[in-house]
Ligand binder design. Structure first.
Ligand code: HEC
Ligand code: HEC
Ligand code: HEC
Ligand code: HEC
Ligand code: HEC
Ligand code: HEC
Ligand code: HEC
Ligand code: HEC
Ligand code: HEC
Ligand code: HEC
Length: 334
């Protein structure tokens, strides 16, 4: 099935054939999208070599398109799709993405035959773009959460009117682009402790590949821990005294985007620790007011609260909570 990810240009041609009524001789591959014409607006042909359509569109070449769409040409020239590299990969120019346009060029006012990419089904757009962009960062697009949920390349990218400095996005920054849908994550970045995303020091794509990954949650590393180590290298160890939950997953205690507890903690210390260290005696002691020194007023005495509750709580003493290399620190003190 891996081979399926390498969408060949021929699949794209066949895909477009369904939509834009390619001549049969141009079709050399039968495609999964061959019947997409049902959803399209142009008369459709089966994606097989037999039936030649009555009004088949043919390629007219970019020069014909730009006689009418000259501003598009000027604008495109300043983007990667106006480059010589693109020209070499795409002898059909405009029509590499828009499909063969003779029917439209002959009769431009008929709305139904205008070769609008934004009216194509998402899988046809993806296949078109992936005829060139199927390797590198886009390798795992097929089967990714975004692909499965009906997004396509042009959900985030625009070919003709990019707002970002890089990567032809529809919004100025990556974080804004993602926030068009992920409002919840955006809200988390406004909590008191947060990764410096809105300060512009890191962004969503430092940690995620929105085109899909082999790992869970589109994280750009084999595991969450490997991702965290890539910036927080000192947490990798090795440690003489390991703390088991750290090795298992940083997410046992932290949340990635933002938290109202210090240092991106999911829950505040001591409760964070006591989720696991729930045994009686020292670590599991409940810190309700019966365990706090009580003044005659009936209120806890502010000057002498438990040293496990103030400041960094358990971490006052167990400062090496991520692991320790001190020979005499099995209890992760330093
Ligand atoms: C004879 C002039 C002419 C030629 C040649 C021509 N177009 Fe058009 N095109 C038009 C007109 C007129 C419209 C509809 C009005 C408009 O631009 O808003 C249009 C509309 C379009 C649209 C839809 C615009 C939208 O607002 O969504 C696309 C896409 C398009 N053309 C692409 C092409 C491509 C690709 C080619 C070459 C294969 C081409 N055109 C050739 C005149 C032309
Ligand atoms: C015929 C081949 C081809 C097709 C089809 C194609 N591209 Fe590209 N694309 C290129 C080339 C070549 C570059 C420049 C790559 C480079 O310089 O490394 C490029 C660059 C890009 C970039 C990077 C821009 C940047 O600033 O780094 C984006 C994003 C992109 N394409 C999106 C798309 C989308 C979306 C589609 C489908 C609507 C698409 N491409 C279809 C060939 C193609
Ligand atoms: C959910 C939004 C989203 C979707 C959907 C999406 N992209 Fe992207 N793409 C991005 C972002 C954000 C970047 C910038 C990556 C970075 O900053 O590292 C990017 C970068 C790129 C680049 C340039 C650099 C690179 O990583 O190679 C290309 C080419 C590209 N995308 C092509 C595509 C294609 C083709 C598709 C459809 C198969 C697609 N994208 C779908 C958001 C998206
Ligand atoms: C790399 C793929 C690609 C190439 C090459 C391309 N287009 Fe487009 N075109 C698109 C997409 C995708 C859209 C939808 C709007 C967007 O994403 O910018 C579009 C939209 C348009 C529109 C609608 C109006 C607009 O600006 O949004 C016109 C007209 C158009 N293209 C004409 C052309 C012409 C003429 C050429 C050749 C000079 C061309 N396109 C080359 C992908 C492409
Ligand atoms: C058009 C809406 C849309 C945009 C824009 C968008 N996403 Fe998503 N994203 C989704 C949907 C829908 C899901 C699936 C949610 C679910 O199933 O709960 C998703 C899921 C995810 C997931 C979880 C993946 C998993 O495997 O569970 C991550 C991570 C993600 N998106 C990151 C990003 C990033 C980073 C960007 C910006 C580059 C982005 N998204 C832009 C709609 C979007
Ligand atoms: C420091 C790294 C990092 C940054 C930056 C980051 N994420 Fe995440 N994100 C993660 C990790 C790790 C997970 C998986 C959490 C888990 O396994 O519980 C995740 C999970 C997600 C999820 C799925 C679960 C959820 O929380 O909804 C979405 C959606 C998501 N991120 C979107 C984004 C967006 C959008 C941005 C930019 C605003 C972003 N992320 C920035 C590391 C990061
Ligand atoms: C792309 C680099 C990068 C990655 C990957 C990364 N971080 Fe960070 N992290 C940062 C930066 C930058 C800061 C802010 C440091 C500063 O302000 O001094 C930070 C701060 C933190 C903080 C302290 C927050 C605070 O309020 O002071 C914690 C906790 C943290 N990261 C945990 C994680 C975890 C867990 C992961 C893995 C999901 C992770 N980081 C992945 C760059 C990264
Ligand atoms: C057992 C719970 C726990 C786990 C698991 C955990 N942390 Fe922490 N982390 C904490 C606590 C508690 C603090 C606050 C320490 C303090 O107050 O000094 C913290 C603070 C941090 C900080 C900011 C202060 C500093 O020490 O640099 C970073 C960065 C960090 N953790 C990264 C990680 C990474 C990366 C992982 C996974 C390898 C991880 N943490 C796993 C509990 C944990
Ligand atoms: C997700 C569960 C989990 C969380 C949360 C957690 N721990 Fe642990 N901790 C463990 C496990 C498992 C061990 C190893 C116990 C063993 O080897 O018997 C351990 C070991 C320890 C040890 C070494 C003592 C020993 O018996 O080896 C100390 C000290 C410790 N934890 C303190 C903390 C502190 C402080 C926090 C809060 C910042 C915390 N732990 C949060 C699971 C957790
Ligand atoms: C005043 C310093 C101090 C504070 C605060 C503190 N500890 Fe300890 N902790 C110690 C010392 C010292 C030991 C070693 C005890 C021994 O030698 O028996 C220890 C041992 C432990 C152990 C291993 C032995 C056992 O009883 O299982 C765990 C787990 C532990 N602490 C967790 C916690 C947690 C959870 C908190 C916060 C609720 C906490 N500690 C707060 C000093 C402290």
């Amino acid at each position: 099935m891996r081979g399926m990810r390498w969408t060949s240009p021929l699949v794209t041609v066949a895909a477009l054939a369904g939509l834009f009524a390619l001549p049969a001789h141009a079709i050399t591959t039968v495609s999964a999208h061959g019947d997409a014409g049902q959803e399209g607006t142009a008369p459709s042909v089966p994606a097989a070599a037999e039936a030649a359509p009555p009004a088949a569109a043919t390629y007219v070449g970019s020069d014909t398109c730009t006689t009418c769409h000259d501003t598009v040409e000027t604008q495109l020239a300043s983007t990667p799709h106006g480059s010589a590299t693109f020209g070499k990969l795409a002898p059909h120019g405009c029509e590499a993405c828009h499909g063969p346009g003779s029917v439209h060029a002959d009769d431009p006012d008929t709305v139904a035959t205008q070769p609008r990419v934004d009216k194509m089904p998402p899988e046809v757009v993806s296949a078109t773009c992936q005829s060139c962009h199927s390797g590198r960062a886009q390798f795992f697009w097929q089967g990714s959460k975004h692909e499965k949920r009906g997004l396509t390349c042009t959900t985030c990218h625009t070919v003709h009117s990019p707002k970002s400095d890089d990567a032809q996005l529809q919004r100025e920054t990556v974080a804004e682009q993602c926030a068009t849908c992920h409002q919840q994550v955006r809200a988390e970045t406004w909590k008191s402790s947060h990764h410096p995303i809105r300060e512009g020091k890191i962004t969503c794509t430092d940690c995620h590949n929105p085109h899909g990954t082999q790992s869970e949650q589109m994280v750009k590393a084999d595991t969450v821990n490997d991702l965290c180590y890539s910036c927080h290298t000192e947490k990798r160890g090795p440690f003489l005294w390991e703390h088991a939950p750290v090795r298992e997953s940083c997410m046992n205690c932290h949340t990635p985007h933002g938290s109202n507890h210090a240092k991106l903690q999911k829950v505040a210390v001591p409760y964070l620790c006591q989720q696991c260290h729930a045994n009686t005696r020292h670590p599991g002691t409940l810190y309700d007011d019966r365990n706090l020194p009580i003044a005659e007023s009936g209120l806890p005495v502010p000057s002498t609260p438990s040293n496990r509750l103030i400041e960094r709580g358990c971490v006052n003493c167990h400062a090496a909570v991520h692991g320790s290399n001190h020979p005499s620190s099995p209890y992760l003190a330093h």
